[in-house]
Ligand binder design. Structure first.
Ligand SMILES: [Zn+2]
Length: 148
């Protein structure tokens, strides 16, 4: 916080500061050119405000880096999307035979989506158009997915 002497357009120098202990805050400043003095008196609430402002300004300066870090991360993610399977041209989504569907239905629902994706990916990577129980067995064996 700075005080300027309007007449001299000079920054007043800090002269004295008092904190009587009741939460108020008093400070006096002197103009180095004309010698004019001003005093600032803040009530407890204002004193609190000044303290808080100081903390916030400091905090904001410190926050700059994490924000930029986040932005950089998001840009990095964009690059990562280039390898996203959905964007990479691949074989069409395989169909599930009714036998395979029935078998998938026995998988606990909370992992079914994941299991379905594993088999689908397995089939797509090998350009297999239909997922059958036989293929599921093969995938399980190859991927080491016992119990799926
Ligand atoms: Zn002055």
């Amino acid at each position: 916080m700075k005080f300027l002497c309007i007449d001299c357009d000079a920054q007043m120098t800090f002269e004295e500061r008092q904190q009587p202990g009741d939460g108020t805050f008093a400070a006096s400043f002197t103009c180095p050119t004309c010698g004019r003095r001003v005093a600032m008196l803040a009530n407890p609430m204002e004193t609190q405000l000044v303290s808080t402002l100081g903390v916030e300004i400091g905090g904001r300066t410190l926050d700059e880096q994490p924000l930029e870090f986040t932005r950089a991360n998001m840009q990095g993610r964009d690059d990562a999307f280039a390898e996203d399977p959905e964007r990479t041209p691949r074989s069409p989504r395989p169909v599930w035979s009714s036998d395979a569907e029935a078998r998938l239905a026995k998988v606990p629902s909370f992992v079914r989506g994941m299991v379905k994706k594993i088999y689908s990916d397995y089939a797509r990577e090998r350009s297999i158009a239909e997922i059958t129980p036989a293929l599921m067995d093969r995938a399980r064996e190859e991927l080491g997915l016992e119990g799926m």
